[in-house]
Design a binder for this molecule. Structure first.
Ligand SMILES: C[S@@+](CC[C@H](N)C(=O)[O-])C[C@H]1O[C@@H](n2cnc3c(N)ncnc32)[C@H](O)[C@@H]1O
Length: 430
């Protein structure tokens, strides 16, 4: 593979290729590295940058001053693919390294200053790549990272093929722990199974550790990992054992807003009883409180529940009655809060929900993290009608941002909103 680079400081890149596996790969001609310098190639020492249009400060790599350099590289390397390094590009990962290692000829272009005049990208860029969500002063170090990780994927560069195959990220998992001699040092010993010589058991041990490490450190990767059904169930079990089990939801029928922003009481909806109970059970919610100030409506809810209670005798554990058992009917949100407080000796943190944008709303990743960090009770409050009254909104500790699509229309039924919100907070991605 031939890797060309174009940068302001080619020495940084040259030096990086002098060491270890990379220098051997160059020595064995598995890769050829050819470094172009923006300044050596530029016309009459005119430089390569110019002032930025608009009022923002900072110089920009000029289209006019570098155009010929790109043309020259294209002439020298007719089939080359231009990779521009930029914080605005796709985030680089192992799969991209693997894909790029199949190319015969690439040219990695490093920016400096405020980056490239957009017209350079329009004309020459095949891939725009970022190495992460932070800003470097120039692309040379990023070039070194690309050269290193792409080269490792080329056959023969890393001595043992299995070292690469077993690497973290190859199967969207990270590796478990590794050990070396001695067997015991400072009372810390190597897991016995690794000394057993039984390859099958060692492979199982490593696989299970790798999956557990991925779950604990990079759960996001598991979405793309290939998991056997037993592995998936085992990971879910581990995750369940770590989750905060003290999360509650409440469906409020009073005080509620109507379309004119007046305070009203809404009536009970049978579908909300069943469907929300099933969502709550699916996402591991401890109890689902239905609050209604009118006795007749509470009696109606009890009647629905008693029907499901009878079902208990003849249905299996996946049946709806399991979900309906988690419902508690109360007169008001205040009563639901006292009930939780009585049992858990702590007032729950109140999280309000609303379909409208409001000041100081919080995002899902913040609340998701908070709920799992602090194992105290949390109560997520859902409204009916046109939403929770101002008085309830003001009593909440946090208000979640509305869920919805890109359209202005946002009128989800509360049971749909509950399901979506619970999935965002407690959904499993593998
Ligand atoms: C100071 S940066 C320009 C940043 C630009 N002002 C912005 O906010 O997008 C100069 C050059 O460093 C390189 N660079 C900086 N951060 C990078 C990153 N995260 N990934 C890849 N290249 C990066 C790029 O080549 C970029 O053109």
């Amino acid at each position: 593979m031939k890797i060309n680079t174009l940068s302001v400081f080619p020495e940084i890149i040259k030096n990086n290729c002098k060491y270890g596996v990379l220098s051997k790969a160059v020595g064995k001609k598995l890769i050829t590295i050819n470094n172009y310098s923006f300044f050596t190639e530029a016309d009459n020492n005119k430089g390569i940058d110019d002032e930025q249009y608009g009022h923002n400060p900072g110089m920009v790599i000029s289209y006019e001053k570098t155009f010929k350099i790109f043309k020259k590289i294209k002439k020298n390397e007719p089939k080359t693919k231009f990779i521009f390094l930029s914080p605005k590009g796709h985030i680089f990962n192992n799969q991209m390294a693997k894909d790029l290692s199949n190319e015969k000829n690439i040219t990695i272009v490093s920016g400096r200053y405020e980056g490239f005049d957009e017209r350079i990208l329009e004309e020459f860029c095949d891939f725009e790549i970022s190495i992460g969500d932070y800003i470097l002063t120039g692309g040379e170090l990023a070039t070194c990272i690309l050269i290193d990780s792409i080269s490792r994927m080329i056959k023969g560069v890393v001595g043992k093929k299995n070292s690469v195959i077993n690497d973290s990220f190859m199967d969207s998992t990270i590796k478990g722990p590794v050990y070396t001699k001695p067997k015991i040092f400072k009372n810390k010993s190597v897991p016995k199974i690794l000394l057993s010589g039984n390859h099958k058991n060692i492979d199982n041990f490593n696989r299970n550790n790798s999956l557990e490490y991925t779950l604990n450190k990079r759960e996001d990767l598991l979405e793309n990992a290939t998991l056997a059904p037993t592995e998936r169930e085992n990971l879910r079990k581990i995750k369940r054992s770590k989750l905060n089990n003290n999360v509650f939801i409440a469906l409020v029928h009073h005080p509620i807003k109507n379309i004119k922003n007046e305070t009203i009481t809404t009536s009970l909806t049978n579908l909300d009883i069943q469907d929300i109970a099933r969502s709550a059970r699916t996402y591991g919610i401890n109890k689902y409180y239905i609050t209604h100030p009118i006795l007749e409506q509470r009696k109606l809810a009890e009647k629905v529940l008693s029907f499901w209670d009878n079902e208990k005798k003849r249905k299996n554990e996946n049946s709806k009655h399991v979900a309906m058992n988690n419902i508690i009917i109360k007169k008001s949100l205040k009563e639901a809060i006292s009930n939780i407080k009585k049992e858990y000796k702590q007032k729950p943190i109140l999280i309000g929900t609303d379909a409208n944008e409001m000041k100081n709303m919080v995002d899902y990743s913040f609340i998701k993290h908070k709920i799992q960090e602090e194992k105290r009770p949390y109560l997520i409050v859902f409204g009916t009608g046109w939403g929770l009254s101002q008085e309830i909104i003001e009593s909440c500790d946090y208000i979640l941002k509305p869920v919805g699509g890109y359209d202005k229309y946002n009128h989800l039924s509360v049971r749909s909103a509950v399901a979506i919100i619970l999935d965002k907070l407690f959904g499993c991605n593998f």
